[in-house]
Design a protein around this ligand. Structure first.
Ligand code: ATP
Length: 469
């Protein structure tokens, strides 16, 4: 991959979730939803910078998973699907979490996550360790139910999809026929999913409305183990290629008693969030469970006939399933750095810098006139106008040049251009690098090329298939 100068030092800054939440609000990455009405729990709105960052994260995934591969096609399905989909997939019966209630404070908790929960009345205690007695666990279905059309009866019940995967399974034959795909091949989708989580929280980490980035990769039975290993390595590499510190990333294989009944194997990509090691993405070998379940329920043949080998089979599925919001949070947390104050400066005068991979950064380039006179602003605006069509550019003339650099560092802008006295004489500017803070003098005419190279996404040279396949 290209070295964009983003390699992070070993001693990364540990940051609290509170710092990330505050920075997000102050600089316009993420706001509480419906804030002027007191906010809606666990719902968040991406602000001007957050919307760009999340789009860039999704684009990076799509590029790596779909557009740069000959063997993956994209799909964009509707959120509402026929209710029988959820019957066949098992979601109606099994998509549940065990829930307990506290008889004293009426708080509701996930029975399997009590060690991470705290009593709402006595936050230093876990639920059940305070005076409150907990009920026996009972299963709570996480799907949001609504009604289609004007009549609110059970015949009109539909569900907001709790995952994007099912839209892919039910379109398997459509994609095989229209895109002329043949296993091994994948179908990818990004989009909103909804789960009525019992205990959402930790900012973007667990919400009730979130976006997924899922790939269902269909393979001939027998090659599934090799592809399962392949996608684990490939997905881990995606995060580090885009700048995630490998020391904060690990793969955790599920123990047999953790596996869903249909899964042959499952591994979580975990990231060390400020709340500890948590799942970022799940990679599962789902066998032929999903296609067979839909074959049985719909009565339609979802097997694949290979005209070359004259064999008919139901493909196995390897599923890397990532969260766009969780990934965005991980990229935000991982990018956060604080440089200690320079000598002689007050202790709280730290440089906060988001060291995003330049291709993920919401703003690519900031242009500053050194002074608000002598033609500097006009010259700087001219540069902005020239580059605006190519990159996300910001213009800033407010405050000292040092403060302006700091403002851009805090939102992760990789490059800063300053127009000064020299510019007026020879059409050169200073170009400052966010990470090294080094400045070099470059001709204005060379800027577009330099920026383009700097913000280019990593070019993957990784293999497209497991060895021997
Ligand atoms: P968890 O154990 O955290 O509930 P899960 O194993 O149920 O997650 P999957 O069904 O495998 O999650 O979903 C795939 C990915 O979708 C997760 O790895 C995560 O990135 C994202 N995701 C799932 N639930 C949520 C949520 N409530 N909020 C934000 N992202 C989510």
């Amino acid at each position: 991959m290209a070295d964009n100068g983003t390699s992070k030092d070993d001693a990364t800054t540990s940051v609290s979730m509170e710092t990330i939440v505050n920075l997000s609000k102050r600089r316009g990455f993420v706001f509480q939803s419906s804030e002027i009405y007191g906010g809606l729990a666990s719902c968040w709105d991406y602000g001007p910078l957050g919307a760009e960052l999340k789009r860039n994260v999704k684009e990076a995934w799509w590029r790596d998973t779909v557009t740069t591969r000959p063997d993956v096609a994209g799909l964009d399905c509707s959120i509402l699907m026929h209710p029988r989909v959820w019957e066949a997939s098992g979601h109606l019966d099994n998509f549940t979490d065990p829930m307990v209630d506290c008889k004293l404070c009426k708080g509701r908790f996930r029975a399997d996550q009590l060690e991470h929960a705290s009593c709402p009345k006595k936050p230093s205690k876990r639920p059940g360790e305070c005076e409150g007695e907990l009920t026996e666990p009972r299963n709570f279905n996480l799907m949001f139910k609504t009604h289609m059309g004007p009549v609110e009866d059970s015949a009109a019940a539909v569900y907001l999809r709790p995952e994007t995967a099912q839209g892919i399974f039910v379109n398997f034959v459509n994609v095989v026929n229209s895109a002329r795909m043949k296993p091994p091949f994948g179908i990818a989708q990004q989009g909103k999913s909804f789960r009525n989580e019992i205990t959402p929280g930790n900012f973007l980490f667990r919400t009730r409305e979130f976006e997924q980035m899922e790939l269902e990769f269909f393979v001939p039975p027998g090659s599934d183990d090799a592809w399962y290993e392949y996608w684990q390595a490939r997905r881990m590499a995606w995060y580090t290629d885009y700048g995630i510190n490998p020391k904060r990333l690990r793969l955790r294989c599920h123990a047999d008693d953790e596996l869903a009944h249909y899964a042959k194997g499952c591994a979580d990509v975990e990231y060390e969030f400020p709340i500890g090691w948590q799942e970022l993405e799940g990679i599962a070998n789902r066998t032929d469970f999903d296609l067979k379940a839909h074959m049985e329920a719909s009565g339609k043949d979802l097997s694949f006939f290979d005209p070359q080998s004259k064999e008919r089979f139901v493909p196995y599925v390897i599923e890397p399933s990532a969260g766009a919001d969780r990934s965005t949070l991980a990229f935000l947390v991982d990018a956060y750095h604080e440089d200690p104050p320079e000598e002689g400066r007050p202790a709280d005068d730290r440089r906060v810098v988001l060291k995003f991979h330049p291709s993920l950064a919401p703003v690519k380039l900031a242009v500053f006139p050194l002074m608000r006179k002598e033609g500097h602003p006009e010259k700087a605006m001219k540069i902005v106008e020239e580059l605006r069509g190519h990159f996300a550019v910001q213009y800033d003339q407010a405050g000292s040049i040092g403060r302006r650099y700091r403002r851009q560092d805090e939102i992760g802008t990789p490059l800063g251009v300053t127009v000064d006295h020299q510019t007026m004489k020879d059409d050169t500017v200073t170009l400052r690098d966010r990470d090294t803070m080094e400045q070099q003098r470059v001709p204005i005419a060379a800027l577009a090329g330099i920026v383009r190279e700097k913000v280019a996404p990593p070019v993957s040279t990784r293999p497209l298939a497991p060895e021997g396949i």
